[in-house]
Design a protein around this ligand. Structure first.
Ligand code: IPE
Ligand code: IPE
Ligand code: MG
Length: 224
């Protein structure tokens, strides 16, 4: 049976969820965050050690200022409020993504969390924020050149934002679209991918358990 060490999630569908309820997109994001809290509880119960969450993509800057501001404030509020709670629960939070263009309060939050990495952690969360997989790869190549190293698979792995995480075993995208939207392109070369119809605020623990049960029995070949 397959073990799951690293789960990656593209939490898509908040906007459409809100529209179906005649609410604005921001309301969808707020319910999306509520849902994330309960999914994280389930993930801890399942003893998954690494979790990467697609929270804001580099291309999401194309959205309205209002929506962007709201997403940023949700994140800022949640992580400021729960700093000690997360520490008590031994949950590490780390940000991955580009730091440019981000407002100062978010940069502060990123520095605060990235500098606090507990070794005996229960769960390690990567928040992909202002994240682009292509930009991550370009950054890695530039770092390799600067360090005068050779361009090898190992050196690329070691210069990605995700260098301390194993590659994802499982990737879930909610919201019905079967695409990756510039997320972890290098890291998912052998990841099992599940595309789910449900919109993110509706995706529940039972849905997650079902996927994991299906994942457990997949024969992973790695080319064998
Ligand atoms: C995903 O939901 C959350 C973010 C991109 C921040 P969307 O906002 O993309 O929701 P849909 O896909 O428009 O329904
Ligand atoms: C991907 O969703 C990004 C996040 C979930 C944060 P998008 O809604 O931005 O993706 P596209 O634009 O539909 O591909
Ligand atoms: Mg979307």
């Amino acid at each position: 049976m397959n073990k799951i060490r690293h789960l990656a999630i593209i939490m898509d569908g908040n906007g459409r969820w809100a529209k179906l309820k005649n609410k604005n997109r921001s309301y969808g994001h707020s319910r999306g965050l509520e849902n994330l809290k309960s999914i994280i509880k389930k993930i801890i119960n399942l003893k998954v050690k690494y979790l990467t969450l697609y929270t804001f993509s580099y291309d999401n800057w194309k959205r309205s200022t209002n929506e962007i501001k709201y997403i940023f404030s949700l994140l800022d509020n949640y992580l400021n409020k729960n700093y000690f709670e997360l520490k008590k629960k031994r949950i590490n939070v780390k940000f991955i993504g580009e730091k440019n263009r981000l407002p100062i309060n978010i940069k502060k939050l990123i520095n605060l969390y990235n500098s606090r990495q507990e070794k005996r952690s229960k769960l390690n969360i990567n928040i992909a924020f202002n994240y682009s997989s292509k930009k991550e790869l370009l950054r890695a190549i530039k770092l390799i050149k600067k360090k005068k190293l050779s361009i090898s698979e190992n050196n690329i792995n070691n210069n990605l934002y995700t260098r301390l995480f194993p590659n994802p075993d499982l990737l879930i995208r909610t919201g019905g679209h079967k695409r990756l939207s510039d997320f972890l392109l290098w890291q998912i070369s052998y990841t099992e991918i599940f595309f789910v119809r449900k919109l993110w605020p509706d995706f529940n623990s039972k849905d997650l358990s079902n996927i994991i049960n299906n994942f457990k029995v997949i024969k992973r070949n790695y080319g064998k």
